[in-house]
Write a protein that binds this ligand. Structure first.
Ligand code: KIV
Ligand code: NA
Length: 255
């Protein structure tokens, strides 16, 4: 049975963790879906695969192109797509147009938007009222890299308090779940206990209601990983070995 956004709240009540990963094409999506991943995100971390240094250059066209391919590989997982930098921050109407295009053109069930400041709460609340499921994202929000860097957020009592209250505001605005990126685990625990929607952590400790990682990090395809990523296999090395072996065999007329 395909997973829907409503189910995830029940899973939180049942204590069933959400397994989430990112995907960028049909082949990866098919493998993740078949392996039982519950939520697949076409994140703007797509930047890694496209060779951009940050997530900022990713366009709506690019993410839609990749999300369509990912959707074709999914039978069961919930598909969520990031709205890229400056395709939703400007106004409710801009966000509605971008999210609308993503849902209509890719078949995704939801979109993810970064931030929980008052103007973003308004934008998210209007998307939700229009029937667009929204996944929130607080803590380290990479689209603000030029303001925040890539360091852990919520380390001081003031910033922790701000994130905590933004989390509550996002739940009230109607997000179906909340990604918490690179914050202290005690803060993630506090938010997870306070909210009735699930939290999905990335570098936020083990107590969130689910975990997400960037698949290119997990597989060792990224050139460098953030400190909180866990690398489960080294595909860069595997691919290099395979290609070198092939090249050698071609040059030796063994293949
Ligand atoms: O773009 C992305 O992959 C993300 C996850 C890290 C949550 O936003
Ligand atoms: Na992202």
């Amino acid at each position: 049975m395909p997973i829907n956004t409503q189910q995830l709240k029940q899973w939180k009540q049942q204590g069933r963790p959400i397994v989430a990963l990112t995907a960028w094409d049909y082949a990866i999506a098919q493998l993740l879906d078949a392996a039982g991943v519950d939520l697949i995100l076409v994140g703007d971390s797509l930047s890694v695969i496209l060779g951009y240094e940050t997530t900022l250059p990713v366009t709506l066209e690019e993410i839609i192109h990749h999300a369509k391919a990912v959707k074709r590989g999914i039978k069961r997982a919930l598909l969520v797509v990031d709205l890229p930098f400056l395709t939703y921050q400007e106004s409710i109407s801009q966000a509605m147009q971008s999210a609308g295009r993503v849902l209509k053109e890719t078949g995704a069930q939801g979109v993810k938007l970064e931030g929980g400041y008052p103007a973003m709460i308004d934008i998210i609340s209007r998307l939700v009222q229009a029937g667009i499921p929204v996944l929130g994202h607080l803590g380290l929000t990479p689209q603000s890299i030029h303001q925040l860097g890539l360091k852990q957020q919520g380390k001081t009592p003031q910033t922790a308090d701000l994130i905590f209250h933004q989390a509550i505001a996002l739940e009230q605005a109607g997000v179906f779940a909340l990604v918490l990126e690179h914050i202290p685990s005690h803060l993630a625990v506090k938010i997870t206990k306070e909210l009735s929607i699930p939290t999905i952590g990335i570098g936020a400790g083990q107590e969130c209601n689910g975990q997400i990682l960037v698949t290119s990090d997990v597989l060792g395809l990224s050139e460098k990983q953030p400190p909180f990523a866990k690398v489960y296999t080294d595909l860069r090395q595997e691919i290099t070995k395979a290609v070198e072996k092939y090249a050698l065999e071609v040059r030796n007329h063994h293949f």
